[in-house]
Design a protein around this ligand. Structure first.
Ligand code: SAM
Length: 222
């Protein structure tokens, strides 16, 4: 009797655990596997892995955590850097932010084109975040959040430094900077000077797992 019971439990565990794992991965990545965005993503990845800096688009869980920290103000704009396939753009809109309040900067022309087709009322700029101030020169509204998927740790350090300078230049003192990274290590090189980390959370349901960091200016406290 005991042997039958043990055999039944073993059978149950050997079927249920792999099925549960399979279901988790299925839930995590179905949204990317079945759409053409993935092919554009992989094409850019193959031609320029350092600029892409990721093996797959962001998961919905990662996008949700990023967007949770966006501050909302009807007169302001949110700038998204390196939108890729638009997982975070989509989440911004789903969260109630009007598409006209979102400006995307994406350097890969094929991804920018796809983003514009998918989000016709979002302002999509094909350009390099290193030129952020120039790209946004026409913009008169206040930027309240810069939300970034840029692969800062895989870009050349000089590029990263220029981008961080531009982000700091464009953010008002009440603004927030939201960035994710796959790195487990904190490195002050990737921090904005005179900004403090106000939230940080690791998202395991992403390949690879990522950490979302949220920065706010110390000047806002004064
Ligand atoms: C990690 S991928 C973005 C993943 C995105 N969250 C998604 O789900 O598809 C990084 C993106 O940043 C873009 N990128 C890299 N360097 C850039 C730069 N200097 N300026 C603008 N976009 C850049 C890449 O083309 C790529 O689309």
């Amino acid at each position: 009797m005991l042997c039958i019971l043990i055999a039944l439990i073993a059978r149950f565990v050997s079927i249920v655990i792999p099925l549960t794992l399979l279901k988790s991965f299925y839930t995590l990545y179905t949204h990317v596997m079945i759409n053409k965005d993935l092919f554009a993503f992989l094409k850019v990845l193959a031609s320029n892995p350092r600029t892409m800096g990721a093996i797959l688009p962001s998961s919905k869980q990662l996008a949700k955590e990023m967007v949770t920290h966006v501050t909302r103000n009807l007169n302001n704009v949110i700038v998204e850097l390196g939108a890729g396939t638009g997982v975070i753009t989509e989440r911004l809109i789903q969260s109630g932010i009007h598409p006209s309040q979102i400006i995307v900067i994406e350097c890969a022309p094929e991804l920018a084109k796809q983003l514009q087709e998918r989000f016709p009322t979002v302002k999509i700029i094909t350009g390099d975040a290193m030129n952020l101030a120039n790209l946004l020169a026409y913009e008169k509204r206040t930027i309240n959040t810069i939300i970034s998927s840029l692969p800062l740790r895989s870009l050349p350090k000089t590029t990263t430094q220029s981008i961080l300078k531009q982000i700091k230049k464009m953010l008002p003192k009440e603004g927030r900077y939201i960035q994710y990274t796959y790195s487990f290590m904190r490195n002050p090189f990737y921090a904005l000077r005179n900004y403090e980390l106000i939230a940080s959370k690791r998202i395991w349901m992403n390949l690879p797992p990522a950490r979302v960091d949220v920065w706010a200016s110390l000047l806002a406290k004064q």
